[in-house]
Design a protein around this ligand. Structure first.
Ligand code: FE
Length: 231
């Protein structure tokens, strides 16, 4: 398992109680042990399976169509889409300018279009500026560009603490920013969703656009980490 993901889970476990109290949304305090998470997941999958079974029997949904929808979110959309935008913007500063100015139009240049139902904005990290994306209200996320959101993104602890103490959150994620780096936190909504253009790692001269895209992680496009150096 990825060490960083483990540390994010541990972060959630530690801060869940305090953050729930500070959260802008009302709701039960979640316990984030791995066991509790598994229980919640299985409860939701049981409910989902029961719903599918009832709706299929009533001829309200077609299981084949449902399979197509699931396949779309599991295999067609994902962080590899956002990574293409990032890699192109690293190689082409004019494209990066267009991406920041009008992300939908820039994405359409790469044939990524038609699925962005919400307005979508790209915010660029640069020396002295680090961007972090959150949805304080629920879990709004640029699905067509980044695929399924990570569990921690939807967690009350992250949603509350990201706006109160973003540096603390990043530190606990393993990213310590210098004091003179400005942290900008972007609160997503159903209307506007954000993606971070992370900074290009140092030792990537000569890499192709495809190779660069392969380096870009999902979490770096949320602002939760830097893109790791290759190798
Ligand atoms: Fe939301």
């Amino acid at each position: 398992m990825d060490d960083k993901k483990v540390s994010r889970r541990e972060f959630l476990a530690k801060t869940s109680a305090a953050a729930s109290a500070a959260s802008v949304t009302a709701g039960a305090t979640h316990v984030h042990s791995h066991e509790a998470e598994d229980d919640v997941q299985s409860e939701y999958s049981l409910r989902a399976r029961a719903l599918v079974s009832v709706l299929t029997k009533k001829n309200l949904i077609d299981p084949a169509t449902l399979d197509q929808v699931v396949d779309y979110y599991e295999t067609k959309v994902g962080p590899h889409i956002g990574a293409r935008l990032v890699a192109r913007s690293w190689l082409d500063p004019d494209f990066k300018d267009r991406l920041v100015a009008d992300a939908g139009a820039a994405a359409a240049e790469l044939g990524i279009s038609g699925t962005l139902s919400s307005e979508f904005r790209a915010v660029a990290n640069e020396p002295g500026v680090h961007n972090l994306v959150v949805c304080t209200l629920c879990s709004c996320y640029p699905w067509p560009l980044l695929g399924l959101p990570p569990t921690w993104y939807k967690d009350t602890a992250y949603r509350a603490k990201a706006v109160i103490d973003p540096r603390g959150v990043l530190r606990e994620f393993g990213l310590t920013l210098d004091d003179d780096v400005e942290v900008r936190v972007w609160d997503s909504t159903a209307e506007v969703r954000y993606m971070v253009i992370p900074e290009r790692p140092d030792h990537t001269n000569g890499l192709s656009e495809e190779e660069l895209a392969a380096l870009v992680t999902r979490d770096s496009m949320i602002g939760a980490e830097r893109v790791p150096e290759p190798g």
